[in-house]
Design a protein around this ligand. Structure first.
Ligand code: SME
Length: 162
């Protein structure tokens, strides 16, 4: 059994704890889907004020829904469409304070107000994206973006099919 105790004094501390836990739960597992499933559960439990946390995978040049926590979501997202598609096309983190102001935002859950999407690149290939949604406006800041980027960096090779 795995449980996460949030006793962090600051946001960077919290991400350091999440990254340590993420490393531990993925270290010995070669199955990418299993690792995405556990990571989405870990992130959803550890980060406050999320209504959705999960993965979209690059399947033949299209984003396809992967393991997640939250309400049932859009299954396929073309590159360039919405926040996830923008992250996939640009390979750059998308930090969106107000999803309603983002051109082409895809409203999977009408409760979502802000969003953070981190592209996952392995050996020059886009594996997919990590998508976090919050019901709070401007829930995510630079520390969240940096923390999630470090988290993904730590586990990227465990999210590739092996
Ligand atoms: N809102 C996202 C779509 C994915 S859901 O939030 C889970 C977007 O615009 O890419």
């Amino acid at each position: 059994m795995f449980s996460f105790q949030n006793d962090a004094a600051s946001k960077p501390d919290l991400y350091a704890q999440i990254i340590e836990a993420a490393d531990a739960i993925t270290a010995d597992e070669p199955d990418a889907i299993a690792n995405m499933a556990n990571l989405s559960a870990l992130i959803f439990a550890a980060l406050p004020d999320l209504n959705w946390a999960g993965f979209y995978r690059n399947v033949g040049g299209e984003l396809v829904l992967g393991p997640f926590q939250g309400k049932a979501a859009c299954i396929r997202i073309p590159f360039g469409k919405g926040v996830c598609g923008a992250a996939a096309a640009s390979r750059e983190i998308q930090l969106v304070e107000d999803v309603n102001a983002f051109p082409g935002h895809i409203a999977c859950d009408s409760a979502s107000r802000s969003e953070l999407v981190v592209p996952i690149v392995h050996d020059g290939e886009l594996l997919g994206v990590l998508d976090l949604d919050s019901p709070l406006p401007a829930r995510f800041d630079r520390e969240d973006a940096e923390g999630c980027a470090l988290l993904i960096q730590k586990v990227t090779d465990r999210l590739a099919s092996r």
